[in-house]
Design a protein. Sequence first.
Length: 456
Amino acid sequence: MTDTAAATLADPATRFPLAANALAAVASQVLEAAQARGATAAEAEVSQAFGLSVTVRKGEVETIAYNRDKGIGVTIYVGARRGHASTADFSSAAIEDAVTKALTIARYTAEDDCAGLADPALLARNWADLDLYFPWELSVEEAIALGRECEAAALAVDQRLTNSEGATVSLHEGEFAYANTHGFCGGYASSRHGVYCAVIGDDDGAMQREDWYTSARSPQDLEPAARVGRLAGERTARRLGARQLQTVDCAVLFEAPVATGLIGHYVNASSGGSLYRKSSFLLDSLGQQVFAPHVTIREEPHLVRGQASAPFDDEGVATRPRDVVRDGVVKGYFLGSYSARKLGLVSTGNAGGNHNLVISHGSDDLPGLLRRMGRGVLVTELLGQGVNPVTGDYSRGAAGYWVEDGTIAYPVEEITIAGNLRSMYRDIVAIGNDVDRRGSRHCGSVLIGAMTIAGN
């Protein structure tokens, strides 16, 4: 621990070893050491975090895991050369060593005109509290009780639910400070808590498994543990008796929890790294119609308690609400400073990834979308990684339900759904109002007009 940090230990009521102002002081010390040794620019992030995870399986405690982490990352620029080093030791000697290593690396790397700190004009100067930190005073005994309650609720749904992958209750709290030699220094604390359950059903030797989870910044925003378990149990029981299908072309309805993955593929394809490496099927898509005309995707980085809310990105660039897709047309990419320079554009404040993406939706709930689909497949689980980011070709294992006359007929398994993301995005018929807000992409169930279903 540095002399500066030693004077500013965290309040004993918190579980962080250092106070917030101590993290900023350590970051400043790192930058001063870098500049004293000849760095022309530098940036540092200092972080600390802790967590607890308890898993209960078949009523017995299976694992209890604690984690407590801290670290310093320093990136140094010598002209157009870049070097990075990190350490988990906050002592003055360790900081000096990390800076020296980063400088050595920088002096031996090739020059890169696109390397460097973010444009000073883009850095955040003032920001609001987004209400991202909620400590959870959860004891191990309380976590065990919640896990048992969750799992018991799942297994009680159906007598055919005979086994369990367990119920996990977890909490995570972290804090960081980021600073650079343009004069920026900022940071904040955040939390993410969750309850997860997965159970296994057996119907005459044919086994199925399903799960459910809840995740939120505040423990008060979590679904009750018993409800999480009940939903996991109901989802597993509905999958029992699954059949295979004959190969057919039909409509496909992606349930909201898996539909968010379709948006994830879009984010990856329109992110700076994929674009400047020309490894994306969405090259030069800015201003082009990519989605159906009724689809709008808005980035909302300042949602209070949002899972991906942030006042600034990993480089200190201010985040701003914006439409990334409007009426199906691409209005913006996801860029950090380096990728923006490679593309001749300006950072969008996405160093570190996308912030909360809110996808427009219609008035139909999931049953309404089933009726609208009429006949096809409702996908509730995807398997494998069969997505080609260069061509957009999409082929993944799936499970779910066959739908006839707008209602679920029976569960299906061991099928493959195939298409191309370009045509799939344009063929989005409707998006439901059953929005899944547990992650960084807020999306309802997505109905696509036609895909190939490979079965027997």
